[in-house]
Design a protein. Structure first.
Length: 88
């Protein structure tokens, strides 16, 4: 039962990754607006940039991990080649 629930929190496709990155971006921009209200001027703009810039880093990492997991999954499903006696 816990495995079934745990599978809900695993990103399996790029489409799911894009949805999560979009949600992160919405939250980061909202947080950035709050920063700009709390810290008017250049400091607020820098915090806004930091909040939104972190989404780019997280999104890139999520997409890279999906690519690496796909390569690992394909490598594990490939049949192992058996060396033949003629190869020697």
């Amino acid at each position: 039962m816990l495995k079934k629930i745990g599978r809900l929190f695993v990103i399996k496709t790029r489409w799911e990754a894009y949805l999560i990155i979009y949600a992160l971006a919405l939250g980061a921009t909202e947080r950035g607006h709050v920063y700009m209200q709390q810290y008017p001027g250049f400091g607020g703009k820098l915090l806004f940039l930091a909040a939104t810039g972190s989404v780019f880093l997280a999104g890139a990492k999520i997409l890279d991990c999906l690519k690496l997991e796909k390569v690992a999954r394909e490598a594990s499903t490939e049949p192992k080649s058996v060396p033949s006696a003629d190869a020697a």
